[in-house]
Design a binder for this molecule. Structure first.
Ligand SMILES: [Zn+2]
Length: 185
């Protein structure tokens, strides 16, 4: 017969199981997140120095201002120092269908601590679009940069993280709540 484990050993075995269950639950609840985040200390501002290179400086400016204006800890501000910036906008010409693309560094996905994010705007697909849409794309990619995932197009709530054409181009209540969930006061 298998001897019963002393209480302290039983505890060690059951604890990881509890943590696993909690993680699964968290994953389901926070499907709006990519899983990574910038380093952030609770009850402090999250300063996001950003650089911007190439066309669309004006929509990028208004997109970052729209995030600045949210009731979140996020404080984007213009920077020219690529060594310390956290978000780098690049306008590039790509033979791809996307408007914008975000790449996190040095990793992405669950548990990653972002050091910086490259936000690409495609001047090929955005060439004949309005500044209204370019601002939407820049604000949307900024949301990815923070760690927000896509909101489904069929969702009843409004979200800047929806893809495609929207009637608005700034973060919505849903995006603010998601951001506050990742970076709490
Ligand atoms: Zn997207």
């Amino acid at each position: 017969m298998k001897p019963l484990l002393p209480p302290f050993l039983r505890r060690r075995i059951t604890l990881p199981a509890v943590i696993c269950a909690a993680l699964i639950l968290t994953t389901v609840v926070s499907a709006h997140r990519l899983g990574g985040k910038f380093y952030h200390v609770r009850s402090t501002w999250l300063y996001i120095p950003y650089t911007q290179a190439g066309a669309y400086g004006t929509p990028v400016y208004y997109a970052t201002r729209s995030w600045y204006n949210t009731p979140t800890v996020v404080i984007p501000y213009r920077s020219y120092n690529y060594a310390t910036s956290k978000v780098d906008y690049y306008t590039v010409y790509r033979y791809d269908s996307w408007w914008g693309l975000t790449v996190h560094h040095p990793c992405s996905g669950w548990g990653c601590r972002y050091v910086w994010a490259d936000l690409y705007l495609n001047s090929r697909t955005l060439a004949y679009e309005t500044n209204f849409l370019r601002q939407k794309v820049a604000a949307h990619e900024f949301g990815h940069g923070l760690g927000l995932a896509h909101a489904p197009g069929y969702a009843l709530y409004t979200s800047i993280m929806k893809q495609g054409y929207l009637s608005y181009n700034t973060p919505r209540t849903h995006d603010i709540n998601d951001t506050n969930g990742i970076y709490p006061w």
